[in-house]
Design a protein. Structure first.
Length: 158
């Protein structure tokens, strides 16, 4: 189904939960906002129905968690962006992902669609790679602390 900025998040969430793909034709940044809204509705739907219900334990809790995560991935993956024959995106305020898509998917072979979540993942990976390339080119040293990293030029004084 073709949708744009006029669809409400509740209507989009209902359609996505029913298995309908949503081909976005509005503003790219508004598509990102819609993805966040769909995600928050999914989190709300995943909460236990009654606060006093007994909590699941062990394998049952793990299976329930995996089931919720799979449903969330399916629902959020239904917000789609059209890619032109050269991987360009013909939406207002859309980033230029032609080179990134060509590196990831190979040479373009015509128009296609991709999940917005997938495209945002490509953007994040490209930004990390660009930062890493910059650090290497400028002689930065890396010191990793698990969830964070400190970088400084190799010739800097302590």
């Amino acid at each position: 189904m073709v949708v744009d900025d006029r669809i409400t998040a509740d209507a989009a969430y209902g359609l996505a939960c029913q298995g309908t793909g949503l081909l976005w034709r509005g503003d790219f940044q508004n598509a990102r906002q819609m993805l966040l809204a769909l995600s928050s509705r999914g989190e709300r739907a995943a909460r236990p129905v009654s606060p006093g219900a007994p909590a699941l334990a062990g394998v049952d809790a793990f299976n329930r968690h995996r089931q919720v995560q799979a449903q969330r991935a399916r629902t959020l993956g239904r917000l789609l962006i059209a890619l032109e024959g050269d991987y360009g995106i013909a939406l207002r305020r859309a980033p230029d992902l032609r080179a990134t898509c060509a590196e990831t998917y190979g040479p373009p072979d015509g128009p296609s669609v991709a999940s917005l979540r997938e495209l945002l993942g490509l953007i994040g990976a490209r930004e990390w790679r660009d930062a890493y390339d910059h650090a290497l080119a400028h002689g930065y040293r890396f010191l990793s602390f698990g969830d964070c990293m400190l970088c400084w030029p190799a010739d800097a004084r302590s």
